[in-house]
Design a protein around this ligand. Structure first.
Ligand SMILES: [Fe+2]
Length: 262
């Protein structure tokens, strides 16, 4: 069965078609120019509504994991920087996280698990292949950001991140980023300090509509999601793919990300 994707607009089920090849070429060009691509209206509206109806009642302190932490932009200690260095400024991130085992059978599960989506993403990024994870917790997550909560400045650990926006807030919740603030060879600590001090004129932002699939290269591009304003939470799902099949989180990773091992 085909997943609830707008396949007329994004014919991922026909990878050899001219239309799909043109889409891959467009995504590659966007990635090269902007470090990301956005596919608006990717998920069908009824499926979005059903997923929000099933997940939003559980995005609360009792049923979801409250991910709340103070962190630096690296999400880790930096032994080569002196304590108190302005590039190590602490910021706060807060969201409600539902693991994949709490969202089984929802339309986002059907989209995540559909191998042609992973194949398409692999083509856009010149990977030989990408695979959904079998990990019952980490495969995909649904995150909720109520009023005042956001995702603060960080660099990603992975080469790219795939998200699908399920609900946009009334205000706030913009995706804010600073392209190529560092490189694999140059950590640019002075530039990081300037950014954290609110002193970087190269910062850009955009707002997405519900249903938009975003692929973003965030390893060297600092980024954050602004705190939500108003009574409508931002709800987003994060898809995790690897270039080999069968990848599982360790117990330590599960504890750190979700507060439970199984
Ligand atoms: Fe990120």
């Amino acid at each position: 069965m085909l997943p609830p994707i707008d396949l007329d607009r994004y014919p991922l089920h026909l990878p050899e078609s001219t239309a799909c090849k043109a889409l891959v070429a467009q995504c590659k060009a966007d990635l090269a120019r902007d470090g990301m691509f956005n596919l608006e209206g990717f998920m069908l509206p009824e499926a979005i509504a059903r997923t929000v109806a099933e997940t939003s009642p559980r995005l609360n302190a009792r049923q979801a994991f409250t991910h709340a932490r103070r962190h630096n932009i690296y999400f880790k200690p930096m032994p080569d920087l002196p304590a108190g260095h302005p590039a190590l400024k602490e910021v706060e991130t807060r969201n409600y996280t539902l693991c994949a085992d709490q969202c089984e059978g929802t339309p986002v599960d059907d989209i995540y698990s559909w191998q042609p989506l992973a194949d398409f993403l692999a083509c856009t990024m010149d990977h030989d292949a990408l695979y959904p994870m079998p990990d019952p917790l980490a495969r995909f997550n649904v995150m909720g950001y109520p009023e005042g909560w956001g995702l603060n400045w960080h660099f990603d650990r992975s080469q790219f991140t795939t998200t699908l926006l399920l609900q946009a807030p009334l205000e706030g919740g913009e995706f804010i980023y600073r392209s190529e603030l560092r490189t694999d060879d140059d950590p640019n600590y002075d530039g990081v300090a300037k950014l954290l001090n609110g002193d970087d004129p190269e910062v850009k932002s955009f707002r997405a509509e519900a249903g938009t699939l975003n692929v973003f290269k965030g390893k060297n591009t600092a980024h954050r999601v602004a705190p939500v304003i108003g009574q409508v939470p931002r709800i987003v799902t994060v898809f995790t793919y690897y270039d080999r099949p069968g990848v599982m989180f360790t117990k330590e990773e599960r504890m750190g990300f979700y507060g439970r091992e199984a």
